[in-house]
Design a protein around this ligand. Structure first.
Ligand code: GDP
Ligand code: IMO
Ligand code: MG
Length: 424
């Protein structure tokens, strides 16, 4: 059976968690392939909102297995908190949640390095979630990291002590100091490890490939968004993993020829949290209205998300790099009541028109070229069927579909599981 892949096409927070939850009924395994607790994936059903950081978004379905792949970085403290929050739902976590032996561990000092590095950058800071993501992936590629499988060995503490000592020395290289109580952080870390060690820890690439041969349906869940990819995003204002389709192969150990559908999730507009270029950002009241109606506050950090109009140049780039076969458009309901809706169809850079996503997307020298469409006033949130869409809304998404040349298969009109319209 083929493996499908779901990922974000913008700067994260597109609504991936909601869609994975909606799709899970058609899958046997949901496998998260990269990122860590910098992610916040929100699911809503039965009037309750859940935010997941490390655990895949299929966890609320009784049938599906959820797997945390080797490409993910895990903070045992946050993982423990996530597990504790799930306890009241009586989920059979012992059997339903699998963790790769090869996933890397975020240490307390990784978080300290993240915070100190950011503080030292001043105005040039990335706007990291401060979860220790960058330093942990640096230790992974630097071949110094500690993996989940190491925790099962008696001598892993020696490795931990050596690495922590090195990190403390590295902290002293920075011009800025942050206050911390390492003892307290370590107590919390070591207490939390027990939860992780009690989980089913597996050779996940072997597990997934066998499951695939056995005819199981697998959905790979991405975190962040394509424009935060460490290679293809708006570097250096990116995260430290490959958020794009290739990341699913390296983050799970699945071969590219096993992947069938690539689901690309995007918002009907665009948001970005943290620093970095954002050509279509709206800095006036329209932006504030979008943020208020869309409740655009980070699921992980609570920070206000910057809002802007949809950017077709960026979307075409993401679709290309990922080989997207189906699109899912989220939060169309948020645009109800805007008299005009802008769509970016190109950029002007240094007085030259360009229609591709450039190496340098600097806000200073990149201006968007917009076209305008009429908005719609109707509330979309109660719509149950594609025939009920207002004409102007239909014009909007049909235009996007024509430009992007990939069918929009799902339109989401609210945060709840049920506010999801399948389109044909
Ligand atoms: P993710 O990181 O891609 O999973 O997205 P987040 O959960 O960080 O952010 C998406 C936010 O939008 C969450 O608060 C969702 O509950 C909410 N959401 C998802 N789909 C819709 C939608 O169609 N309409 C509205 N109004 N909210 C949505
Ligand atoms: P989900 O999976 C939105 C952003 C941060 C910062 C940059 C680097 O919920 O879509 P990092 O902590 O990775 O070093 O931060 O990336 N960022 C996200 N923005 N959604 C996310 O995840 C993000 N994960 C990281 O705000 O700009
Ligand atoms: Mg999020």
């Amino acid at each position: 059976m083929a493996i499908d892949l779901l990922l974000g096409l913008q700067w994260g927070d597109e609504g991936k968690g909601k869609i994975v939850d909606v799709l899970t009924k058609s899958y046997d395994i949901i496998a998260r392939f990269q990122g860590g607790p910098n992610a916040g994936h929100t699911l809503e059903f039965d009037g309750i909102k859940h935010v997941l950081h490390t655990i895949p978004s299929g966890i609320f379905h009784s049938k599906a297995l959820n797997l945390i792949g080797n490409g993910v970085v895990i903070d045992p403290v946050i993982f423990n908190q996530e597990i504790n929050k799930l306890k009241k739902y009586k989920i059979d976590l012992k059997n339903k949640l699998l963790i790769s032996k090869k996933a890397h561990i975020i240490l307390p000092t990784h978080r300290l390095l993240d915070a100190t590095s950011e503080a030292s950058k001043g105005k040039l800071k990335i706007g990291s979630t401060l979860k220790g993501i960058g330093p942990t992936y640096m230790d992974k590629t630097g071949r110094n990291g500690i993996r989940v499988g190491d925790l099962l060995r008696k001598d892993w503490k020696i490795k931990y002590d050596l690495l922590t000592k090195k990190h403390l020395k590295m902290l002293s290289f920075f011009d800025v100091n942050i206050e911390f109580d390492l003892q307290k952080l370590e107590n919390e870390f070591f207490d939390s490890l027990n939860t992780l060690k009690k989980c089913k820890i597996v050779d996940s690439e072997e597990y997934l490939n066998q499951a695939q041969k056995d005819g199981k349906k697998i959905l790979a869940e991405g975190a962040q968004g394509s424009l935060l990819d460490v290679d293809f995003g708006t570097y250096p204002y990116v995260t430290s993993s490959n958020t794009t389709a290739a990341g699913a192969c390296t983050g799970l150990g699945i071969a590219p020829n096993k992947i069938k559908e690539v689901f690309g999730v995007f918002k009907a507009y665009c948001t970005r949290v943290g620093s970095g270029p954002f050509p279509t950002e709206i800095k006036n009241d329209y932006g504030k209205k979008m943020a208020a109606v869309g409740n655009e506050f980070g699921s992980t950090t609570g920070r206000a998300r910057r809002c802007g109009w949809i950017d077709l140049i960026a979307l075409k780039y993401s679709i290309e790099i990922n080989g997207v076969t189906q699109l899912m458009m989220m939060k169309g309901d948020v645009l109800s009541g805007f008299d005009k809706i802008k769509i970016c169809i190109g950029y002007v850079q240094n007085n030259k028109k360009i229609n591709f996503f450039p190496y340098n997307l600097d806000d200073q020298n990149t201006k968007p070229i917009f076209i305008e469409m009429d908005g719609w006033d109707e509330d979309l949130t109660k719509i149950k069927n594609q025939n009920e869409f207002p004409d102007k809304f239909k014009d909007y998404f049909k235009f996007l579909e024509k430009e992007l040349q990939v069918p929009i298969k799902i339109i989401s009109v609210g945060p709840d599981r049920n506010q999801t319209i399948h389109v044909d």
